[in-house]
Design a protein around this ligand. Structure first.
Ligand code: IMP
Ligand code: MG
Length: 178
C-alpha cells in the first residue's frame, strides 16, 4: 500500500498539532456554548476524532454521508444524501467537519440542506483545502492545511475506498488512477 503513495505531504504529528490549534480556536470562539459536530462520512472521521478531543465545550456529534464522487478522482457534480442526521439541529451551533474542500459542490449543497432545519449557526471546519479547484461559492471557517492540486490520500481520505488508514496524508502516484 505505502509504495503506491509517492510523497508524504503531511505527517501525523503535523496533523495532530493543527487538530490541537483548531480545536482550541473553536473552543474559544464558542466559549460557554454547546456545539453540534457533524462529520461527513467516511473521510472526516480520523480528523474529527483528533480535533474534537481539543474542543472543551459541551458537545453532541452526528454524521451525514453526502456524495458527489464515484470511485474516480473528479466530482460528478451531482450530490446525494446517502445517510442523514440522527438528531435535530434546530437552534444548535452546527459545525460541519469535512476531510477536504475541493470543488466545494458537496459542502455548499450540504450547508444549504442543513440550513433549512434552522440551526442557530453553521460553520465549516476542514482538514484540507484545495482553493485552486473551487467551483461553488463556499469557504471554510477553519482549515487545517491548504494543498496544491494533486490527489491526496490517507488520514481518512480514500482512493476507491482504500488508503483511509494511512496515518499521514500522501500524494497518490498518478499511475495508480491514470
Ligand atoms: P467537492 O464536492 O469537490 O468539494 O468534493 C469533496 C469530496 O471529494 C471530499 O469530501 C472527498 O471525499 C473527495 N475528494 C476531493 N479531493 C480529494 C482528494 O484529493 N483525495 C481524496 N478525496 C478527495
Ligand atoms: Mg471521498
Amino acid at each position: 500500500m505505502s509504495n503506491t503513495v509517492g510523497t508524504v505531504l503531511l505527517t501525523r504529528e503535523q496533523i495532530e498539532e493543527r487538530a490541537r490549534e483548531i480545536g482550541e480556536e473553536i473552543a474559544r470562539d464558542y466559549e460557554g456554548e454547546e456545539v453540534y459536530l457533524i462529520g461527513t462520512l467516511r473521510g472526516a472521521v480520523v480528523w474529527m476524532a483528533d480535533m474534537m478531543k481539543n474542543i472543551k465545550n459541551d458537545m453532541e456529534i452526528d454524521f451525514v454521508m453526502a456524495s458527489s464522487y464515484g470511485s474516480s478522482t473528479t466530482s460528478s457534480g451531482v450530490v446525494k444524501i446517502k445517510k442523514d442526521l440522527e438528531g435535530d439541529i434546530y437552534g444548535k451551533n452546527v459545525i460541519i467537519v469535512e476531510d477536504i474542500l475541493d470543488s466545494g459542490v458537496t459542502l455548499s449543497y450540504l450547508k444549504q440542506y442543513l440550513s433549512v432545519r434552522k440551526p442557530a449557526s453553521i460553520s465549516i471546519v476542514t482538514l484540507l483545502d484545495k482553493p485552486s479547484r473551487r467551483k461553488a461559492d463556499i469557504r471554510a471557517d477553519y482549515a487545517g492545511f491548504e494543498v496544491e492540486d494533486a490527489f491526496v490520500v490517507g488520514y481518512g481520505l480514500d482512493y476507491a475506498e482504500k488508503y483511509r488508514n494511512l496515518p499521514y496524508i500522501g500524494i497518490l502516484k498518478p499511475e495508480i488512477y491514470a
